[in-house]
Design a protein around this ligand. Structure first.
Ligand code: ZN
Length: 607
């Protein structure tokens, strides 16, 4: 394995034979040292992990009765966070028995249209909590406790901690529920987590908790080279010496593939080093995904090479930890990551990755200093002299700025690095373009948005007649995809003479008004009643989105399950609050984010 790495690295170089041989010898030694320091199988095997200690003292069952196959692992980049568990495949279907991994007490039950969906938290011995998410339903004694609790608090969804008196105690191997596709799940699977009970930090389930055979090493297919002026994509391996355009920093696409699945998974460790030809270390970096912390997990946006991550969803890791990045996964000090080589000066970049099974991959790139490119000017240069303003924002400071009648306010820590903020006002104030676009916003920018000048008031979406007073309610700042589909919509609140909106990212925002109530349609034409006795509706809202769903049967509050993925609302006959054989009034009230309400009312007779 190690010899193969040396051969591969050597083959990348186009140098003369003699220097190649001399270098090869040096490289083999340094790659060996480097690999050894990144924690491979042998290093892991030396100290018993928490999982090994736990299993020696307590019973343990894998949460599914089938061979574990993973569609996702711990630490892979997802949306705006690192994935905090493993996603176990469930043969593409729902309803597989989910069993308790440890003995324990149910400490939390969640039922939500979003996120974890139906989820159960089990507090086991030695401060170990296991979490089972996206379930179809819970085992009957948990299910009936959760349903009863929902009727007591009359909420859409539930997030509650059962008291010990509820008797929700299980032993390893007991049935906890059935696998499903609830919440933010993109298909049937079981999301499984191991947490430290005390601080709720998720631990890597592949650190000895779940045994998963994996023989495929991680992949490092693309290096990204960033200078103040440009971004360069370099396919790996690369045989040519890379000429650096002055001050430069690096990011690498790195991921793992597991046996028996094609899904892109996260790495276990990633390390990088830049060494000058005189042996000086110019950059050193190491991250490992053993434990995460929900409090700072969104700083994944600063770990990722955001311009590529946000557009392509490729797992591209910055090879430096930004000083404002609070993640605890690094063992090297923070750094802005810039490497500057004098013209003609040579250096080596080495990157090594391991997966949870200890398979390792490394790449090696020869670098030489070149001439620096001058960076572009301000963010607004290419757009000519239009109605725009720009200013600098430092990560550690809050601030305010105005542009025309627009006002902008940001909190300290909004950006991870100092940025030039730029704003353009277009269409007489109906559209706002906010820069920067391809960096993450950790906090929203608060914008006071004045009423646009009246010129366009009766055109298009502004469908009011001249002379009418512009209504100030039910407005949203909307960002649309190229296809025209709504990407995100932020409710605007009216303050005297302007709207206030919290914009969570840069780009093109337009004021739009939502006056249309959600659509509500019974599952069958005419009736929502199914043979099972469940009542099912389709609900949809075109612009602002659905905020709440409330149902009554004979005036009595009834629990519904809203599934935004399928646009469906279900009343479960198992709740049994409906009378049978008698006509009774039923109402379903669906409210959107700006308060438009559709109330569906009928008399239904359950068989
Ligand atoms: Zn998951």
């Amino acid at each position: 394995m190690r010899i193969a790495i040396c051969l591969e690295s050597a083959a990348l170089l186009t140098w003369e034979i003699i220097s190649l041989l001399r270098f090869w010898k040096k490289l083999c030694v340094s790659v060996l040292c480097f690999i050894a320091s990144t924690g491979t199988k042998s290093a892991l095997a030396q100290k018993p992990t928490r999982a090994v200690q736990f299993k020696a003292a307590h019973s343990w069952s894998d949460p599914l009765r089938i061979e574990p196959r993973l569609s996702g692992n711990f630490g892979e980049m997802r949306g705006n966070h690192f994935h905090t568990g493993v996603d176990l495949k469930t043969e593409g279907r729902e309803g597989l028995v989910v069993i308790a991994a440890t003995d324990g007490q149910v400490s939390r039950v969640k039922m939500s249209p979003w996120g974890y969906g139906n989820a159960l938290y089990l507090d086991g011995p030695d401060g170990v909590t296991t979490v089972y998410a996206h379930l179809q339903r819970f085992t009957p004694k948990v299910q009936s406790w959760a349903v009863e609790r929902t009727y007591a608090v009359r909420s859409l969804g539930l997030d509650a901690s059962p008291p010990a008196s509820a008797g929700l105690h299980f032993q390893a191997g007991d049935t906890l529920g059935w696998s499903g596709n609830s919440g933010g799940s993109g298909g049937p699977h079981l999301h499984f987590e191991i947490r430290s009970t005390a601080n709720q930090h998720p631990l890597n389930p592949l650190d000895g908790w779940l045994d998963k055979v994996d023989t495929r090493p991680p992949l490092l297919p693309v290096l990204w080279v960033e200078s103040p002026a440009e971004r360069l994509r370099v396919a790996l391996p690369v045989s040519d010496t890379l000429v650096l355009p002055g001050k430069t920093r690096f990011a690498i696409e790195g991921y793992d593939l597991l046996d028996g699945a094609s899904n892109i998974c996260g790495l276990r460790t990633l390390a990088a080093q830049v060494t000058s030809e005189s042996g000086e270390t110019l950059l050193t970096y190491r991250a490992s995904w053993d434990e995460l912390d929900f409090a700072v997990n969104k700083d994944m946006n600063a770990h990722a090479f955001y311009p590529v991550w946000s557009k392509e969803r490729d797992q591209v890791h910055r090879l430096h930890r930004l000083p404002t990045n609070r993640l605890g996964i690094y063992t090297t000090p923070p750094s802005e990551g810039w490497v500057e080589l004098d013209s003609g000066m040579r250096a080596e970049l080495r990157v090594a990755a391991t997966d949870a099974a200890g398979n390792a991959t490394s790449v090696h790139v020869s670098l030489v200093g070149g001439l620096s490119l001058s960076p572009e000017g301000g963010v607004c240069n290419d757009l000519g002299a239009q109605d725009h303003g720009e200013w600098k924002v430092e990560p550690g400071f809050a601030g305010t700025q105005s542009h025309g009648s627009f006002e902008f306010a940001w909190k300290a820590g909004t950006f991870f690095e100092s940025e030039i903020m730029g704003v353009f006002v277009r269409e007489n104030g109906r559209t706002l373009e906010m820069m920067p676009i391809d960096v993450p916003y950790r906090k929203s920018i608060q914008v006071q948005w004045p009423v646009p000048s009246s010129v366009n008031v009766w055109e298009g979406a502004w469908s009011i007649l001249p002379g009418d007073t512009l209504p100030s309610d039910r407005w949203l700042a909307v960002q649309r995809k190229e296809s025209g589909e709504v990407a995100r919509a932020v409710v605007a609140s009216w303050l005297d003479s302007a709207w206030e909106v919290d914009l969570p990212r840069g780009g093109h925002w337009t004021l739009e008004r939502d006056t249309v109530a959600p659509r509500v349609l019974p599952y069958h034409s005419g009736t929502p009643l199914m043979v099972s006795g469940d009542a099912v509706w389709y609900v949809e809202d075109a612009l602002s989105g659905i905020a709440d769903v409330q149902m009554t049967i004979q005036g009595r509050w009834a629990r519904v399950v809203w599934d935004p993925k399928r646009n469906m609302v279900t009343y479960a006959a198992a709740d049994a609050i409906h009378p049978r054989g008698l006509p009774c009034p039923v109402s379903l009230q669906v409210t959107d984010e700006v308060g438009n309400i559709h109330t569906w009312r009928r008399t239904l007779t359950w068989p």
